[in-house]
Ligand binder design. Structure first.
Ligand code: AKB
Length: 334
C-alpha cells in the first residue's frame, strides 16, 4: 500500500489538503506538532504527533512505501523573524531530513518519490517600494534576495530540493540522484474560511475577514496602499495537487509562481465591508512588519505554470469572498 505523507497536516493548508486527498481515496500518513481533531485524524491511515526533527518518527516514516510527500511544516515569516534559529532548524533542517527520507524510499522502491514543496512569495526581496511598484508582476527569477529568515529558508530549500533530485552525491559510484521528483509552488498569501492563520505577515488579509465575520474590531498592521498577491485556499490546494499530477516531461522548471488576485489592503477592506457591512477596521501600520510586506512583490507572473501544467485560479477576488469565504465563515461563527 503506497501512501502520501503530509507534514504540517494540522496547519492551514494541511487541513484542506488532508480532506482533498482523503476524498479522492489516497492513503495519508500525517505528521504535526499539535494533535489533530478526531475528524481529521479519521481521514488518515496514521498520524504522528511530534517534531519534524524527531528521529524516531522519521525512522518510522521511512518504513512506509511513500509515493509522495507534501512537506507543509514550517514556521511562517513573522514567527521565523522572531525565532530565526528555530526557523533554521524547522524550515531548513526539517526539509533536509524529509528529502533524505524521500531519497532513501525512492531508491528502495526504485520509483522517484514526488516531493511537493510549498515555497512562497517571501523568497522575493525588492529593495525599495518604488522598485516594487515599478516592477508590478514579477517572474520566478527576479529579485531573489529575500529579506526575511523565512524567505531565505524557503529559497535555500528550493535549491536543496533541486540538488537532491538531480545531483545528490554526484561523485559517488552508486546512483543516488533521480529518486526524488521535486516540485514547488511559490504561494501568495492564502485565505481560508476554516482556519485562522498564525505567524505569517500576509495574515492581515485573512485576519481582517475573520474579525469582521465575528463582529470584532481589527487593527490592520499595514498601510492601505500595501499590495501583495493572495489566493483562496481551495485554489492553493488544487495547485499543489495539479502540479503533483503534471507529466514530468511537460515541466520546464521545478519552482513555479502561481497567481490569482493582488488587491491592496484598502481594496481588501472595501470587499470585507461589502461582505460584512459594519466591519470595523483601522489601519495602524507596524513599521517592521510593513517593511517585510513592502519587500514582497505586488503580483506574480505565472505564465510558466499556465503553459506547463495548465494552472488557472478558479477564484478571483470577488468569488473568493462571496462564494467561498462568506457562506463558510458564517457557518463557522454561527
Ligand atoms: C507568510 O505571511 O509568512 C506566508 C507567506 C506569504 O508565505 N503566508
Amino acid at each position: 500500500m503506497s501512501v502520501i505523507v503530509i507534514t504540517g497536516a494540522n496547519g492551514e493548508i494541511g487541513h484542506s489538503l488532508v480532506e482533498y486527498l482523503a476524498e479522492r481515496g489516497e492513503k495519508i500518513v500525517a505528521l504535526d506538532l499539535k494533535p489533530m481533531s478526531d475528524e481529521l485524524s479519521a481521514k488518515c491511515e496514521k498520524v504522528f504527533i511530534g517534531d519534524i526533527l524527531d528521529t524516531s518518527i522519521l525512522e518510522e516514516l521511512e518504513s512506509y512505501d511513500i509515493k509522495g510527500i507534501y512537506h507543509l511544516a514550517a514556521l511562517l515569516s513573522t514567527t521565523a523573524e522572531k525565532f530565526p534559529d528555530l526557523a533554521q532548524k524547522v524550515n531548513v533542517e526539517g526539509t533536509h531530513q524529509l528529502l533524505h527520507i524521500a531519497q532513501k524510499v525512492g531508491k528502495r522502491r526504485n520509483v522517484p518519490v514526488k516531493f511537493l514543496f510549498p515555497s512562497t512569495i517571501a523568497v522575493y526581496g525588492i529593495p525599495t517600494l518604488e522598485q516594487k511598484m515599478q516592477a508590478a508582476a514579477i517572474h520566478e527569477d527576479q529579485f531573489l534576495t529575500p529579506m526575511t529568515m523565512y524567505g531565505v529558508n524557503k529559497l535555500y530549500c528550493e535549491h536543496l530540493g533541486r540538488y537532491f533530485a538531480d545531483r545528490y552525491k554526484q561523485l559517488s559510484h552508486d546512483k543516488e540522484s533521480g529518486f526524488i521528483d521535486f516540485r514547488a509552488v511559490r504561494f501568495p498569501g492564502l485565505i481560508s474560511a476554516f482556519t485562522v492563520p498564525s505567524g505569517g505577515t500576509s495574515d492581515y488579509g485573512p485576519e481582517m475577514i475573520h474579525c469582521a465575520a465575528q463582529n470584532k474590531h481589527y487593527n490592520c498592521f499595514v498601510r492601505p496602499d500595501t499590495q501583495i498577491p493572495f489566493m483562496a485556499m481551495p485554489d492553493g490546494v488544487r495547485a499543489l495537487v495539479e502540479l503533483a499530477h503534471a507529466p514530468l516531461q511537460k515541466l520546464t522548471r521545478k519552482v513555479y509562481n502561481i497567481g490569482a488576485f493582488a488587491p491592496t489592503a484598502e481594496e481588501f477592506y472595501h470587499l470585507v465591508q461589502k461582505a460584512f457591512p459594519g466591519a470595523s477596521v483601522a489601519f495602524e501600520p507596524d513599521v517592521r512588519r510593513q517593511g517585510i510586506v513592502d519587500s514582497w512583490c505586488a503580483d506574480v507572473v505565472d505564465t510558466a505554470a499556465q503553459n506547463d501544467w495548465g494552472w488557472k485560479a478558479e477564484y478571483d477576488f470577488e468569488r473568493t469572498f462571496f462564494e467561498y469565504v462568506v457562506p463558510n465563515i458564517k457557518q463557522r461563527y454561527a
